[in-house]
Design a protein around this ligand. Structure first.
Ligand code: ZN
Length: 87
């Protein structure tokens, strides 16, 4: 059971963790090398958490679980995260 959302939905939960405008942060896919802004990625809400996928190759870029008072952030699918420090 997956509920597909647009990348702006991921901005919400990532904003709880990072002090940046996360929809504008660029993530490079480890699988295919494509770089997209987080706001342009495919987001799926599961009972277990939020899964952010590469729109080009469908690899999982980021998984976020918020449970028991902590965030679990799995970012092994991201090779580079580009954050604009002047935003
Ligand atoms: Zn990819």
């Amino acid at each position: 059971m997956e509920n597909k959302l647009d990348g702006n939905a991921a901005g919400g939960i990532l904003q709880e963790i990072f002090p940046f405008e996360m929809t504008l942060v660029q993530a490079s896919c480890t699988g295919c090398g494509v770089t997209n802004t987080i706001g342009a990625l495919a987001v799926y809400m599961h009972a277990m958490g939020t899964v952010i996928r590469c729109p080009a190759c469908n690899s999982v870029l980021i998984r976020v679980v918020h449970a028991k008072g902590r965030y679990l952030l799995d970012m092994r699918g991201v090779s580079v995260l580009q954050i604009n420090a002047e935003a």
